[in-house]
Design a protein around this ligand. Structure first.
Ligand code: ADP
Ligand code: MG
Length: 386
């Protein structure tokens, strides 16, 4: 992949050059004390700073762009990047920002006209001085967490502009791509979270790469349902039960929770086994499961974790996620955590220094392990070279 140095050389220097940087500022948000949305974890903003400041130090005029959440292709204040722009103005002064790319339907539709408008500088710059509307001279992708999507801002600009991978993207590809190539074994993937249909697809491919799959979070209930257990009102994807049955009958060891912390119909927190009655919602793995997961993680030489074990934002359902984070911190395995919410959980527990790599990507990391490549990386490799 072309590096920032390659881009500098290709453009004959960066001084005065207009550079569009695709970042992944899809940060977890929460409601602040004053009712305004605030950033729950700014890892993805801090992680973009090396690239942004490297460009700015060389005199480039930098414009950052990103998506945030899933607005319906039209402007929607609830998904405004304002909190990010405010944070960025403090740590990278002078960097302009475009408002949420997904305010335009062309972004996720990978519409060529939208990509052309973006490259031509015609998409409104909402933050910064907001006056420049000139075409860009170069493009940098530093959005690892979005590079598994063939969206306009990821694959469009490299067709037209000299392009490069930013520092963060390059590092992520080195570490996560390296897991696929030569992870030390046993290689364990710990999966959870809420984006079940997004992730169950890659679980099948992961099963061929890792030695053991440990499954908690919202994802485990589809597996438990496939084993014939009642899962009550827990998250469950009936369309994927067959996939789970196939995985359970396959050659990869799959470790599922043996107990569940649940909220019953009356609003009481209960410790349950694997079977949950109607009205009962499984919201965390139980203490027995946490101990079993710890044994697997302690024996591993490589652990890749994506997706919280439960609704950790609620302290009553945070124990499972905290336990897995602690197991990873204690294990001598090479410990990699990916995903916005998973990374936020590790930060909340104060365990960041004990991880070997905290990836800014969730789904992107899973897909890079699965395929060894991503649409955004291929686009950079294919970009015009002088
Ligand atoms: P990541 O951002 O790390 O990739 P996801 O976005 O897939 O992870 O999932 C994170 C969310 O999953 C968290 O908000 C968490 O509360 C939620 N979650 C985890 N387990 C459950 C569960 N059993 N029921 C409902 N939500 C869950
Ligand atoms: Mg998430």
């Amino acid at each position: 992949m072309p590096t920032l140095e390659d881009l500098e050389q290709q453009l004959g220097g960066l001084d005065g050059r207009r550079i569009l940087v695709r970042c992944d500022f899809n940060v977890p948000l929460r409601e602040g004390p004053d009712g305004r949305r605030e950033i729950a974890d700014d890892l993805r903003i801090r992680a973009a700073l090396p690239t942004l400041s490297w460009l700015a130090e060389r005199g480039a005029a930098v414009t950052a762009c990103s998506h945030l959440g899933r607005p319906a292709g039209t402007p929607d204040e609830r998904f405004s990047l304002t909190p990010v722009a405010e944070r960025l103005a403090a740590s990278a002064p002078g960097v302009e920002m475009v408002e949420n790319l997904r305010f335009h339907a062309g972004e996720t539709a990978n519409d060529a006209a939208f990509a052309d408008a973006l490259v031509a500088g015609e998409i409104v710059v909402r933050f910064g001085n907001g006056t420049q509307r000139a075409p860009f001279d170069g493009y940098v992708n530093d959005a690892f967490g979005a590079s598994h999507r063939a969206h306009a801002s990821i694959v469009g600009p490299p067709r037209h502009l000299p392009s490069a991978a930013g520092r963060l993207l390059a590092r992520e590809v080195e570490v996560i791509g390296g897991l696929r190539a030569d992870a030390r074994r046993p290689f364990v993937a710990v999966l959870g979270g809420a984006k079940i249909s997004d992730k169950l697809g890659v679980v099948e491919a992961l099963a061929g790469v890792v030695d053991t799959l440990v499954i908690g979070g919202g994802m485990c209930f589809t597996f438990l349902a496939a084993m014939g257990h009642q899962v009550g009102d827990s998250l469950c994807e009936p369309d994927f039960i067959e996939t789970c049955e196939r995985l359970l009958g396959g050659g990869t060891r799959i470790v599922l929770p043996s107990d569940i912390t649940a909220l019953d119909a009356g609003g009481t927190v209960r410790q349950m086994g694997r079977t949950l009655p109607d009205g009962c919602r499984g919201l965390d793995i139980g203490p027995g499961s946490a101990a079993e997961f710890d044994d697997v993680i302690a024996d591993a030489r490589t652990v890749f974790w994506n997706g919280p074990m439960g609704l950790f934002e609620d302290e009553r359902f945070a124990a499972g996620t905290r336990a897995v984070a602690q197991s990873m911190a204690d294990s001598r395995a090479f410990a990699v955590v990916g995903g916005g919410d998973s990374a936020a959980a590790v930060a909340q527990f104060g365990l960041v220094p004990y991880m070997d790599h905290i990836s800014t990507g969730g789904g992107a990391g899973l897909e890079l392990i699965e395929h060894g490549d991503l649409p955004g990386l291929a686009a950079l490799r294919d970009s015009p070279q002088r």
